[in-house]
Design a binder for this molecule. Sequence first.
Ligand code: SAJ
Length: 428
Amino acid sequence: LKVSVIGLGYIGLPTAALIARSGMNVLGIDNNARVVETVNSGRVHIEEVDLDGLVQGVVARGNLRAATQVEASDVFVIAVPTPVAEDRAPDISYVLDAARAVSTVLKAGDTVILESTSPVGTTEAMRDLLAQLRPDLRMPRDGAASPNAADIAIAYCPERVLPGRILVELIDNDRCIGGITPRCARKALSFYRQFVRGQCVTTTSRSAEMVKLIENSFRDVNIAFANELSVIAEGMGIDVWEVIRLANRHPRVNILQPGPGVGGHCIAVDPWFIVHSDPENARMIRMAREVNDGKTDYVVSHASDVIDELPGATIACLGLAFKANIDDFRESPAIKVAHRLAKRYGRRVKLVEPHIRDVPAEFIGTGAELIDLDDALESCDILIVLVDHDIFKSVPVAERLNKIVYDTRGIWPDQPKSSAPAPIRAVS
Ligand code: SAJ
């Protein structure tokens, strides 16, 4: 079986490598020639646990090869970006471009699977485009007189993996496989069964598209609840981490953790796909996005209040990644907070991020510099915790006794109260 994986990013490359490891002949397609060259030399252009060794092995054995142009294959897996535009409208142009490329080599008996997070209806739109470009092939049509009579199988199967655990989760997580017709779903299912250990469940392509969107929206809404609580509790002078811990002792309560906002390229983005499809009814989903984005503004303003009480003090922003123990900075609320503080307080702001060696480009010209954790603990007066990296968690209380601490992640519950910022608003 020859498989083409289109898009060699955070999902495409690990997926291509795992399929290759299961013994299939895999061609990875990317329009970036440098990515293609890197993969063909057995190396990786993204950081992910154990990915380098896996790619090196499958390339050396000849199971994985990369190219910029598509080639005839039996299965096509599309894993390209689906960003949202400025006005929050989903941009599926990369998916349609990939379908156009596939159409040039498509033959009867092939399977085309979309994995990119997509607004509901995208798989059908891809089918319509393929039908238009290849009128010689019968495309699957649900509800048609004989819906299963088709030359091509088309399905949607979202990935659900957590950055940092991608290789494990690609194999162990359950997969939801949505076919344009039940026959399409079964065909895609038999493909995934070859390398997935989790259960594979079939449905329609529209439902599978929605499943992916609601998973990430569910998490966003729940984080928004925690973030809203954190602002309310802070105003009341209550320790939000403690009340969440205590509430979570209830057998049916499981509140997530507040933070400086929600980052990453999925949870901060995917809910907008639903809002865009039904703006009138997607009220809570939109509100959750606003609450989470608003939390970043709140942290900036609260941090500024703390800083303004100590003129001339130096400020360490601890962490820039979008979440703990990861070197991924996409949509990072920590970057947003640190950047706004750097613009305001200039060289008084120091950045501490163990996962990078140079100051990120957006900070150039602000005067903010990258320093290591030891220097920050030695020389900074104010510590603003933006990411719960393990290395920050392990700093003992003795090393931060004389500091003013604003801990947006709740990593230092033992920090003496006197060093915590005053509540913004006293409510009796
Ligand atoms: N966060 C909080 N509080 C929490 C949990 C998370 O503030 O209690 C923040 C994180 O710090 C981060 C953001 O939310 O800024 C997102 O982090 P995450 O760990 O919740 O999720 P991602 O973006 O790394 O991965 C998510 C996962 N989706 C779900 O858990 C429903 C993953 O399974 C998906 O595959 C991935 O999105 C994706 O690719 O869509």
